[in-house]
Design a protein around this ligand. Sequence first.
Ligand code: ATP
Length: 302
Amino acid sequence: MTLLAVKDLTKTYGSHTAVKHVSFELTKGKCIALLGPNGAGKTTILRMLAGLLAPSTGSITFSGYKPNQDIRKEIGYLPQYPAFHSWMTGREFLIYSGQLHSLSKKEALEKADLLLKKTGIYEARHKRIHTYSGGMKQRLGIAQAIIHQPKLLMLDEPVSSLDPIGRRDVLTLMEELKENMTILFSTHILSDADEISDELLLLKQGHLLESGPINDLRKKYQTAMIELQFTGDIALYEQKLLELPSVTNVINKRDVLHISVTDVEQARDEVIQKAALELWPITQLTMNHSTLEDLFMKVMTK
Ligand SMILES: Nc1ncnc2c1ncn2[C@@H]1O[C@H](COP(=O)(O)OP(=O)(O)OP(=O)(O)O)[C@@H](O)[C@H]1O
């Protein structure tokens, strides 16, 4: 079921068009990654969906609403650089945020404690926010973004400024939250998108180049690969491998040969036959597929 539909969305800042005729749909209950290099228009799209920026043209339609109707109560948004009242404690900040969303003092208190537990920062609830680590601040930001129980949670680069521990904490929290809500998050970290998203939106210079379930995109773009390791001088084997019928390309990355092939099983048989005949000193043969990074590069350069 479609939760939100974007049609022909364009945003122009002065003479610069940051988002160009973008259309997509967000499926209810999915975690969707908005991927693209710097300046692709990710923040601009999120801010338009969050109702913080007016589109130049196009429509945003939330399920059950008219096109371009105010949908702010359905949306939770954590900007890339959230502003906190750092002198407040985490708990005070959440109670204050709840009251801004028209919760009574009692409701805000209950909700604050519930979310502090859910986001794993309950122990630090009476500490001032300026003492929180980056990961704790992001978790508090997410708690604040969902205090009004939005149907769609949008996070702008939620892990890009965090150290590996903070990053892991926030990704784990997103994994938990995605059980109960639709999440749209922007990133240029492909492994994060790979780890937690179900669907991708791939953006470049304001254009949406590809979108869809991650597995469908993998099938469309991935290529079969064989990785081969040898003892001795592997350069000797590059040319010999290229002569095999199923091999289309060979790249030497840190003494591992990455072999692109047309059919992975056929290529394996050809490699094994040749290796057995010529006694190649193979130490490892792995059948593989290209990574999400390869997919990203293919879409970005097509
Ligand atoms: N207020 C503004 N006025 C003028 N140009 C802007 C404004 N905000 C963004 N832009 C431009 O619009 C384009 C898209 O910016 P946006 O911040 O949406 O990209 P992004 O994909 O989020 O980038 P990043 O990954 O660097 O955060 C960029 O070229 C940017 O310089």
